[in-house]
Design a protein around this ligand. Structure first.
Ligand SMILES: Cc1cc2nc3c(=O)[nH]c(=O)nc-3n(C[C@H](O)[C@H](O)[C@H](O)COP(=O)(O)OP(=O)(O)OC[C@H]3O[C@@H](n4cnc5c(N)ncnc54)[C@H](O)[C@@H]3O)c2cc1C
Length: 420
């Protein structure tokens, strides 16, 4: 039976044959074509989809296998959500060293896209903390690999978008924490030069840095947020309660009429103050996880997320050019994120992070109009020597993919021929 499946961007719901994985020794035998592992579908574009083909759903692979409490080593199956790992280990004084903007993703999805958080300049990306993983190939071969064991298989699989096999389990090195709280500080900036100054002066003393940027402001004003893990315990509990978008509105609620006043008001509100606060890690790292189905606000046609990274040398010019292009188009979203990546190489051959500055924005899907805007952004990224993040992408041109990922040819040797 075929089932419609969407990614987080809701750009469509192509039919798939779903096969739930429970057995970690062998993939289900099928004659319906090539397959692909599916985690929790939190990728925005098409990287987790295989239209008319098979999706091996992994959430049944949900066992915790071993936890070395003294050294922070955790082994578990790949379908477990990062949220569930955090809730188990935070209470014991440990935490995942790297978490993306949502914790509702699987361990397998985190490795396959080598996800990054707000602390790349200190901790690198997710793959830097994987000690070993088990890979199941479609021919039944099981490959155990890690940074020092079958290292080339490891480098191909971290960031390998599920194309080297199905990750069935992994061992992670966690980091020590005193508790779940972060000491945070927000400061407005009026243009992009100030953003880069703040990034340069903050990175030595602050582990987490990220900025909201007003995508309709050509100068690149925004709000810089930084945080460190707090050493003090707090008795306060984080605010509970799940908001939700109950239905898909008939049109996108994010449009020029709503966007300009929102961005203006948000910036003015933040510009008046430089504020500090003690914040629980869940709302700080994953602010949108508390709004169920927030992706519905873009209406029935869904939305594109566009995340690029460009080198620091071309970064300011490229980000200004992108903001100018977006501002002139009147498109964009409330959720525009700007951050710097540290100067450290990624483990994965196909990992997205590279030294530079990354900009991520959502665009409601308006068909060819939006696609032509994305092509203009591609031109800027191409000229600046940057790359696009496959976890977010649905429209990347082939040449930009090939240029952006110089280890592609090497990676192709590790592809599993029966994975799409
Ligand atoms: C609100 C939000 C915020 C986000 N913020 C960030 C961020 O800050 N940083 C960042 O890097 N990303 C971010 N993302 C993207 C997200 O972290 C990635 O797309 C992640 O890979 C999704 O994981 P998933 O479990 O949902 O996997 P899916 O989306 O289902 O799959 C992603 C890829 O992983 C492969 N895969 C999944 N499981 C396995 C497995 N067991 N074995 C082999 N391959 C597998 C799939 O084939 C696919 O290629 C964000 C997404 C959302 C919705």
């Amino acid at each position: 039976m075929s089932t419609p499946v969407s990614s987080w961007g809701r750009l469509g719901a192509p039919l798939h044959h779903l096969k739930a994985l429970h057995n970690t020794q062998v993939l289900p035998d099928d004659r319906t074509g090539k397959g692909l592992a599916f985690g929790n579908g939190r990728s925005y574009g098409d990287v987790c989809l295989n239209p008319d083909g098979v999706l091996w759903t992994t959430q049944g692979l949900d066992r915790f296998m071993a936890f070395d409490d003294a050294n922070g080593l955790l082994t578990c199956e790949a379908g477990i959500l990062l949220r569930d790992i955090q809730r188990l280990v935070v209470a014991r004084g440990w935490m995942l060293p790297v978490t993306p903007g949502t914790q509702l993703i699987t361990l397998g999805g985190a490795i396959a896209n080598d996800v990054h958080g707000k602390n790349h300049h200190v901790m690198g990306s997710f793959g830097d903390h994987v000690q070993s993983l088990r890979l199941l190939r479609t021919d039944g071969e099981i490959i155990e690999c890690g940074p020092n064991e079958q290292a080339s298989w490891f480098q191909a699989t971290v960031g390998g978008m599920g194309l080297t096999g199905v990750i069935t389990q992994a061992t992670l090195q966690l980091r020590r924490i005193h508790g779940p709280w972060l000491q945070t500080e927000n400061e407005p900036f009026s243009d992009l030069s100030s953003f880069f100054d703040m990034a340069d002066t903050s990175e030595a003393d602050w582990e987490h840095t990220v900025s909201w940027v007003d995508c309709l402001n050509k100068k690149g004003r925004g709000v810089f947020m930084r945080a460190n893990h707090a050493e003090t315990q707090s008795e306060r509990m984080p605010a509970k309660g799940l908001l939700g978008i109950p239905v898909v509105p008939p049109v996108s609620l994010v449009n020029p009429l709503s966007l300009r006043p929102f961005n203006w008001a948000y910036y003015q509100m933040q510009a008046r103050k430089r504020n500090t606060a003690l914040v629980h890690y869940e709302p700080f790292f994953h602010p949108l996880d508390n709004v169920k189905n927030w992706n519905r606000i873009y209406g029935p046609k869904g939305f594109y997320q566009y995340q690029s990274v460009v080198p620091r040398s071309t970064g300011k010019k490229a980000v200004l050019a992108m903001l100018d292009t977006i501002s002139r188009s009147g498109e964009g979203s409330f959720l525009a994120v700007l951050k710097t990546f540290g100067n450290r190489p990624s483990v994965g051959m196909m990992s997205f992070p590279m030294p530079g500055v990354t900009l991520a924005l959502d665009f409601p899907n308006k068909g060819t109009k939006t696609q032509s805007l994305l092509r203009s952004l591609d031109d800027i990224v191409r000229t600046a020597g940057g790359r696009i993040y496959a976890a977010k992408d649905a429209t990347m041109p082939r040449d930009l993919f090939e240029r952006g990922y110089p280890r592609l040819k090497e990676f192709m040797q590790y592809r599993d021929p029966r994975i799409s």
